[in-house]
Ligand binder design. Structure first.
Ligand code: UDP
Ligand code: MG
Length: 316
């Protein structure tokens, strides 16, 4: 087998503090792999500038001038991590045999690239990077992430636990991915749907090299919620179940009231009445909210707006 052309796709949003170091380490890695003929000499790293507000793009331009292994894409504005990643992957699809996506902040261990390539050589079209431990995370993030994966699995969504967006996709897996044209992109959920033979690589996730996380709690929760509603309609089914339960309870209450009345007693219960009205009202609003969430999602999908627009592509 001839050495494959590898593209390493790195989405970047306000990453001026880390980009030089990331490029330096990726260059060393690519050069090493090229010299050992593990990958072809036209392999590249591809930085996707996701509408950064700092000097990220200027640094990418500079890197492209000085370093023959660097390519850069500038999106027309900030479109979020998943879309930026997709823009990079869809561009790489035309140029590579396989692409590895990783974060710009050096949290994903670059040394694991070798292991990804071994799996690829062994015939895997999809290789998932899985974190060996989560001790660099806060207690809250660790547990909320575990809860999230458990919940997704309980909903029947095929998702790889402790796998973020560090993964290898072969060219045909990328072509498969391009067929999924949903606007609400949650790559972690979509990639398993592509199929093909897959493998996993465990790696240790480091601390962010510099700069700060672009996923504050609010964004993280929205991301998780988006993942759930994009892949499962079970929350809606739960509403139906809830409806049945409440119906059953109401019959019991009715029977009770009837018996009390037949026994000639007055049915008391202003408190119960008031409490039930508020309770049922709350439950109904909550259910409406869940349904609304899905309608909102349909609204977004039918408009079918482009997921990203590429302003500049610096290729070499
Ligand atoms: N990112 C992006 N667009 C955004 C937010 C983040 O391209 O709107 C990139 C960011 O530059 C990084 C990756 O997505 O390369 C992951 O973000 P981050 O490291 O902040 O997330 P965390 O590791 O804290 O979950
Ligand atoms: Mg990070």
């Amino acid at each position: 087998m001839t050495s494959p052309v590898l593209y390493i796709v790195v989405p970047c949003y306000n990453e001026q503090e880390v980009l030089h170091e990331t490029a330096k380490r990726l260059t060393a890695k690519l050069q090493d792999l090229i010299s050992r003929q593990k990958i072809a000499s036209d392999s590249r790293m591809l930085f996707v500038n996701d509408g950064s507000r700092d000097a990220t793009w200027e640094i990418i331009e500079e890197l492209c001038q000085d370093n023959g292994l660097v390519c850069g894409i500038k999106l027309s504005r900030n479109r979020g991590h998943q879309n930026a990643l997709l823009a990079g992957l869809m561009t790489a699809k035309e140029l590579c045999d396989c692409a590895i996506s990783m974060d710009a902040d050096l949290q994903d261990d670059i040394e694991a690239v070798d292991k990804f390539l071994e799996q690829y050589a062994a015939g895997c079209d999809v290789v998932y990077g899985v974190r060996s431990k989560r001790d660099t995370d806060t207690f809250f993030k660790r547990n909320s992430a575990r809860g999230f994966y458990k919940f997704m699995k309980a909903l029947g969504v095929d998702i790889v636990e402790d796998h973020a967006d560090y993964r290898l996709l072969s060219r045909r897996a990328l072509e498969g991915l391009s067929e999924f044209d949903e606007v609400n992109l949650f790559l972690r959920g979509i990639v398993p749907l592509i199929g093909f033979k897959s493998g996993t690589v465990t790696y240790e996730r480091h601390e962010r090299f510099a700069g700060e996380s672009k996923y504050p709690l609010k964004k993280m929760l929205a991301f998780a919620f988006d993942g759930i509603t994009s892949f499962s309609v079970k929350p809606i089914r739960l509403i139906t179940t809830l409806g049945f339960v409440i119906f059953f309870v109401s019959i019991l209450v009715l029977l009770y009231s009837l018996i009390v009345w037949l026994l000639g007693k007055t049915v008391t219960g202003w408190t119960t009445l008031a409490a039930s009205i508020w309770l049922i009202g709350g439950i109904q609003l909550l259910c409406l909210g869940v349904i609304g969430e899905y309608i909102g999602k349909i609204y977004g999908e039918v408009k079918h707006r482009p997921r990203f627009i590429i302003e500049t592509f610096l290729k070499q």
